[in-house]
Write a protein that binds this ligand. Structure first.
Ligand code: SF4
Length: 418
């Protein structure tokens, strides 16, 4: 038992750098077996910098034949190594699940011997869990780059989500820090799985009881700030992956320096770019749900997102000619582009205005961030509109408001035991 605990310590610790896990979107229902995968997240674990990640999040092994400079498991790194057996991962998952410690498994691995050797073990774990243990909870499996299509195809029948990390956003960046790897070995399996997902979906319309194949889709992760790619480049890559592989999510992981051996990477002690990471998530959200194009989000001349304000506000301030927008007549697509108004509130606005022109107090009641939106709209009783003010003034007002509200927020995470 002690040996397992030791392995768990090493292999859960090594897995914490991968943020590409969340369980949302799975359709796996309880069918008389043990457990099911809930529609929303399983984020019960926190990384050192406070981000929420899922349990049970482990590597099968942190041995690796590769030497990617940004990775704690790289072969040249002097860390303690361990590897679980197939049965150990199965037992840990079932024991934790039965005790209600976890709602799912996030399983990744370093690469020992070669890609197929490792992928075959991962496949045995997920197959055993589903067929022998009748485990029906959530499984997110990391595909091993370079593994054969047959193994990936088989694994897809047992897992909810698959992902394969792009790691460094551009091929040039990747070559700098991981010369043995390339983007093709990520694109190929993503395309293969995407193709299989579409085939299974169309066949399930014709064939009753067609098994599920990666029902929660695929995702990838890009490390931000390890190599010099701009936000424009990063978002273009993400957009390409959303378009071509229909990914559910692209995760952006601010690089946490872990190595002093490579002077191409930020030195140990450099703070992870957490605000930049957050702005990329906001930009990603705008692409996926607000119909923004990359070149609208990032200013072509700067190539970087504004760290002081969110990308939607930054876009609005660059386009005074589009404002103010009359909330009582604009269409849905126009309303969701107004800073301070989200999709839910936009829907409420469209419904409510059928009964009369909307006033400020009604907009506030609908939950829009009126303090922000007021500069960009007209409603039945508007006072301010952007046509009478300068962009710099609006930016300054909004920044001042947000600084004032942050003054009252605790600067550190609160203790659970106060
Ligand atoms: S192949 Fe994966 S686990 Fe191995 S060193 Fe590279 S990033 Fe790390």
């Amino acid at each position: 038992m002690e040996r397992i605990e030791e392995k768990l310590k090493i292999l859960a610790d090594a897995a914490k750098y991968d943020v590409s896990c969340s369980s949302s979107g799975s359709k796996r229902k309880n069918n008389g077996s043990i457990g099911d995968a809930s529609f929303s997240g399983i984020c019960h674990s926190y990384t050192e910098d406070g981000r929420c990640v899922s349990l049970l999040k482990i590597l099968l092994t942190n041995h690796c034949i590769y030497d990617c400079a940004f990775c704690v498991s790289r072969k040249s790194n002097d860390v303690r190594r361990a590897a679980f057996t197939v049965q150990e991962v199965v037992d840990l998952t079932m024991n934790f699940y039965r005790r209600n410690y976890i709602e799912g498994l996030f399983l990744s691995s370093g690469i020992f011997k070669n890609a197929d050797y490792t992928m075959e073990r991962l496949l045995r774990i997920v197959k055993k869990l589903r067929t022998e243990e009748r485990y029906n909870g959530y499984i997110h499996l990391k595909t091993i780059p370079g593994a054969s299509g047959e193994l990936i195809q088989d694994a897809g029948l047992y897992v909810d989500r698959m992902s394969i990390n792009l790691e460094i956003p551009t091929e040039e960046g990747l070559k700098m820090v991981a010369p043995e790897k390339d983007h093709a070995s990520v694109r190929k399996p993503l395309a293969f799985v995407q193709n299989q997902i579409s085939n299974f979906k169309s066949e399930s319309k014709l064939i009753k009881h067609k098994p599920l194949f990666v029902p929660a889709g695929q995702s990838t992760q890009m490390v931000v700030g390890a190599t010099p790619e701009s936000d424009l480049e990063i978002l273009k890559v993400a957009d390409d992956f959303y378009q071509n592989y229909k990914l559910k999510r692209v995760y952006y992981s601010g690089y946490i320096p872990i190595s002093s051996d490579n002077n191409l990477l930020p030195a140990i002690g450099t703070r992870p770019p957490l605000i930049r990471e957050n702005r990329l998530y906001q930009a990603d959200w705008l692409m996926r749900f607000y119909d923004f194009k990359v070149d609208e989000i990032v200013h072509e001349s700067k190539h970087q997102l504004d760290l002081e304000i969110d990308p939607k506000l930054a876009w609005a301030l660059r386009h005074p000619e589009l404002f103010p927008i009359d909330i009582n007549t604009a269409n849905f697509r126009t309303i969701i582009r107004i800073p301070g108004i989200g999709r839910q509130s936009a829907m409420k606005i469209i419904k409510a205005r059928q009964f009369g022109r909307l006033h400020e107090y009604q907009l506030r009641k609908m939950g829009i961030a009126y303090n922000r939106a007021q500069y960009f709209i007209t409603c039945a009783d508007s006072i301010i509109n952007i046509g009478h003010t300068s962009m710099d003034w609006v930016r300054a007002q909004i920044l001042q408001q947000s600084k004032a509200s942050q003054k009252y927020l605790p600067q550190q995470q609160l203790s659970l035991f106060v």
